[in-house]
Write a protein that binds this ligand. Structure first.
Ligand SMILES: *Cc1c(COP(=O)(O)O)cnc(C)c1O
Length: 241
């Protein structure tokens, strides 16, 4: 076991090998339940890693990337997007309303729509910039007080409000199960919620449980450390505020 302090600097070949392994796992999991890897978008979560790591993943054919902080993404991605026009950037961390303008300008998909104030601000800013970004509504499936996400009991109303009143393109639902729980009941619950509301997208599954999530219907998996190696600061592994 490596210690929490050790920083493994990913090399281009380790990233390329890891991507192959992750893609293969996704494909096996998808086929096991009658789906194909084309049904699943692999988002490479590059937070804390430099643009050289992203370049290596791009060279290995990866196109979808995830970041959890607007500022960090702004330091890394504008240049990469200019030289890779098909790069798709996903925001997977909490979004403060004062960062919405920048987020709408830079990201292509938002996975963390989690409250009314944010929905209103996003809707406003999307109109201003004429950029309708597909969004996932984050659901607090574990009802954890410290974690972001809409309470399951409020999801129905929140979806209606976002879709019908605020005209936000709601693509699906997203969750981060409590670290202490088995993830499968959370994934199954999220899938059922999405089905009930006619939503096709399911953003669920990380390095430790991506295959499981794919077997339970994930359309988007967010995989960081399994591709880029351990992040230096373990406490930043999951953004929960
Ligand atoms: C960091 C992060 C991930 C990726 O986590 P890994 O365990 O490194 O795969 C996925 N989703 C969210 C919301 C994250 O913040």
């Amino acid at each position: 076991m490596m210690s929490a302090q050790s920083t493994i600097v990913p090399t281009a070949s380790s990233i390329s090998d890891a991507l192959k392994a992750v893609r293969s796992d996704i494909s096996i999991a998808a086929r096991a339940v009658g789906r194909t890897s084309a049904d699943v978008t692999l988002i490479a979560v590059s937070k804390t890693h430099g643009s050289d790591a992203v370049q290596a993943a791009l060279a290995a054919g990866q196109r979808h990337f995830g970041e959890n902080r607007v500022q960090e993404a702004e330091a890394k991605f504008p240049a990469l997007k200019t030289s890779n026009l098909d790069l798709v950037l996903h925001l997977i961390g909490p979004l403060q309303t004062n960062k919405v303008k920048d987020a709408v300008a830079m990201f292509d998909v938002i996975h963390t729509l989690d409250r009314l104030k944010l929905a209103e601000k996003l809707s406003d800013e999307m109109s201003k910039q004429s950029r309708r970004l597909p969004c996932f509504i984050q659901v607090n499936t574990g009802r954890e007080s410290q974690k972001a996400g809409v309470d399951p009991a409020d999801v129905a109303n929140f979806i209606t409000l976002c879709r019908d009143q605020l005209k936000i393109p709601v693509m699906g639902l997203m969750c981060i199960p409590p670290v202490t729980d088995q993830p499968s009941p959370h994934f199954a619950f999220l899938r059922e919620l999405a089905r009930r509301h006619g939503l096709k997208g399911l953003s669920m599954g990380m390095s430790g449980d991506a295959s499981l999530a794919v077997r339970l219907g994930a359309t988007h998996v967010r995989v960081g450390s399994a591709i880029f190696g351990q992040r230096p600061n373990i406490s930043e592994t999951i953004s929960q505020s």
